[in-house]
Ligand binder design. Structure first.
Ligand SMILES: [Zn+2]
Length: 280
């Protein structure tokens, strides 16, 4: 039986404890905990950390994954001061994930151009590529030491930056140990940049260790984060691709928006029904 997870991003209208309560109530096996406001803006430490872990266990949601903070928190920052600062932030989330027994930490490799001062400068893609390698050399040994795996996510930006797709990410992760570095496929990101999600899953292959299952419109996809089967993606193809590569990681749903004005509770409940129908 596969583990079925739900991101706390589905409950951005409440704090992390209320979000985790709702995920447990909807019948999920595990949660992906968002490492930024309104959830964990700072990783808890000391007694607060022990309490957090105990509350996760009491809900039956231990294990699971942590989503490192988004926005400027990337490994591929094209300025060295920015890169070093974020390596420190991401290292804290790796240690936090290990402390709560999470297996994987999702990290965005590359910045959205909207955060890059010299976004269109011709040297920027190479600066980002160099920074990604340097940051992995900093962070992968720490992940191995504390016993978590970094998962790099495909991103939907329309720009000439490297490492946005699984085709580029797979050779990036290959030289590093598989138990410390893997890949997470975001199905909606793939199609927003007009890459077939199933082909991206095949490209990630044996290094795929996580999923962000979300639907987008077929025409003019806009990273919609609809509930899977409420948009235009071909879920039979996506599931077949995951079976084809022998995927054994969690099926994590990253549903943010209701097509039909569903409440967050309704979205989680209907998502769980979809997962039941798929007989994962
Ligand atoms: Zn995602």
């Amino acid at each position: 039986m596969s583990k079925i997870g739900y991101s706390t991003m589905g409950f951005r209208d409440r704090d992390v404890d209320a979000a985790l309560d709702a995920i447990a109530a909807a019948g999920f096996d595990q949660a992906e905990i968002l490492g930024q406001a309104p959830h964990l803006e700072e990783p808890p430490s000391g007694p607060a950390l022990a309490d957090f872990r105990a509350r996760l266990e009491s809900r039956g949601l231990d294990g699971g994954t942590v989503h490192a903070p988004l926005k400027r928190n990337v490994i591929g920052a094209p300025e060295e001061g920015w890169r070093r600062e974020k390596v420190g932030v991401l290292a804290a989330y790796l240690r936090f994930a290990a402390a709560i027994g999470a297996a994987d930490v999702v990290i965005h490799p590359v910045p959205n151009p909207c955060f890059v001062p010299a976004a269109d400068h011709p040297d920027t893609p190479q600066l980002i590529a160099d920074a990604v390698h340097r940051s992995l050399d900093d962070l992968v040994p720490l992940a191995a030491e504390v016993g978590v795996r970094i998962l790099l996510e495909n991103l939907p930006y329309h720009c000439p930056y490297p490492f946005l797709t699984m085709k580029e990410l797979r050779p990036l992760v290959d030289p590093y140990p598989a138990d410390a570095l893997g890949l997470v496929i975001d199905t909606g990101h793939a199609w927003t940049s007009k890459h077939e999600p199933a082909a991206e899953i095949i490209a990630a292959g044996s290094r795929l260790a996580g999923t962000h299952l979300q639907d987008v419109d077929y025409d003019d996809p806009q990273d919609n984060h609809w509930l899977p089967t409420h948009g235009g993606l071909n879920w039979d193809d996506i599931r077949a691709a995951l079976v084809e590569i022998g995927y054994t990681g969690p099926w994590t749903f990253e549903v943010l928006n209701g097509r039909n004005e569903e409440t967050p509770e309704e979205l989680a409940r209907i998502t769980r029904e979809v997962a039941n129908r798929w007989e994962l």
